[in-house]
Design a protein around this ligand. Structure first.
Ligand code: NAD
Ligand code: MG
Length: 386
């Protein structure tokens, strides 16, 4: 029996994780759940999974939740202290880090410091603080299992192999909804167009990141830290069918890939049950139904965000955190209708150009770079309107 704390239980990854817990009550139990603002769903999750502790965004929501609960009554906390309490709960063995954005960094770091294994969906944690987090993982002797489907595929393709023998990691990308749009048309993209992902159903922020291909850029940086491979050895292949989830090429020319129906329950289950496998209900893959699997190189001029992420890896330790902060601010502004789709890379690029790059030693240094990036990106957005 493994006791889980699920940070971000009301999100897309959180809900899929709880579906797996419900399928395997003999293997997984819930110690703590945390959510932002979706109290209705959280209240239903509390009834079904009976956690000991829950946390929500703020005090007002905590009081409201307390009034809503009629059956099981867990301890209710809020804010960052609540997230940290859930991430470090003495009776949990594994933390599922499924908050979106840099908000996931502090609780994930706290979980590692408390000796918890982590199933990591929150890629922004490694983008902002990869070197620091991997040092903490080594120092505290915990396991960090990737939930991101590409990184789970790489992890599975590396079983029994040594990092030194890797020639190249090849991350696959669906290409998102605008793969076949001409570059000039991107200026006309609406919010609904960008939220219409062809292969995956996900939270709004990552869906926009997939449309700009910043998601793949964040994943390149995530892979750099998870697998200790430099950016030059991480390639991206567009693979519109999303059947091969990523590949590893070795120095002897052999390539190992992981395939499956695109469904996040498969990589989540592998992170939860490693090194065992458990049933997931994911539709079996029938390759005979595909007339062909295709692969090609991404257009880095059309999808500038992907190039910016490669650049960030070479521009000093704080640049990925600044890039990530600018991306979060720009995506939020796009989703609120304040900027157009093509302004997203513009805002990120302007923010990065204004940043010198500073050393990062502590999580507080990372949070400072994150705040700097947010402020500068907000100024870049204001300048677009002046
Ligand atoms: P989502 O928006 O559906 O859910 C996010 C969760 O985090 C929600 O429970 C929300 O309440 C909570 N949350 C958001 N902001 C918060 C804050 N400031 N404080 C506390 N809680 C907060 O997101 P998602 O699609 O489930 O993605 C979660 C993470 O997993 C992201 O980092 C994403 O990049 C990564 N990921 C997601 C998928 C996917 O298929 N959805 C795939 C790979 C990786
Ligand atoms: Mg992914």
């Amino acid at each position: 029996m493994k006791n889980l704390s699920i940070l971000g239980s009301t999100g897309s990854i959180g809900v899929s994780t709880l579906e797996l817990v419900a399928t395997h009550p003999d293997k997984f139990r819930v110690t703590a759940l945390t959510a932002g603002v979706n109290l209705e769903l959280l209240a239903r999750q509390i009834e079904s999974f009976r956690p000991r502790l829950v946390s929500v965004l703020n005090e007002e929501l905590a009081r409201k939740l307390s009034r809503m609960l009629t059956g099981h009554k867990p301890e209710i906390m809020y804010g960052v202290p609540g997230l940290i309490a859930a991430a470090t709960a003495v009776d949990c063995q594994m933390v599922v880090a499924a908050i979106v954005g840099a908000a996931g960094l502090v609780p994930t770091a706290a979980a590692i410091k408390a000796g918890k294994d982590v199933a990591l969906a929150n890629k922004e944690t490694l983008v902002c603080a990869g070197a620091i987090i991997m040092d903490l993982v080594r120092e505290h002797g915990v396991a960090l299992y990737p939930v991101d489907s590409e990184h789970s595929a790489v992890f599975q393709s590396m079983e029994g192999h040594r990092s030194e023998d890797i020639e190249k990691i090849i991350l696959t990308a669906s290409g998102g909804p605008f793969l076949n749009w001409p570059a000039q048309k991107l200026a006309m993209v609406t919010i609904a167009d960008a939220l219409n992902h062809p292969n995956w159903s996900m939270g709004k922020k990552i869906t926009i990141d997939s449309a700009t291909m910043m998601n793949k850029g964040l994943e390149v940086i995530e892979a750099r830290w998870l697998f200790d491979v430099p950016g030059e050895k991480i390639d991206v292949n567009i693979h519109p069918q999303s059947i091969i989830h990523s590949m590893v090429e070795y120095i002897d020319g052999c390539v190992i890939a992981q395939l499956g129906t695109p469904d996040m329950k498969a990589p989540i289950a592998y992170a939860l049950s490693y090194p065992r496998r458990v049933s997931t209900g994911v539709k079996p893959l029938d390759l005979t139904l595909f007339s062909g699997l295709t692969f090609f190189k991404p257009d880095l001029e059309k999808f500038r965000c992907l190039q910016l992420a490669y650049d960030a890896l070479t521009c000093g330790p704080s640049m990925p955190a600044v890039m990530n902060a600018a991306n979060e601010v720009a995506v939020a502004a796009f989703l609120e209708g304040r900027i157009g789709f093509t302004a997203i890379p513009t805002v990120i690029e302007e923010t990065m150009s204004a940043h010198g790059g500073v050393p990062l030693v502590t999580i507080e240094d990372v949070l400072r770079a994150d705040r700097w990036g947010r402020t500068r990106a907000a100024e870049a957005i204001a300048a677009l309107h002046s």
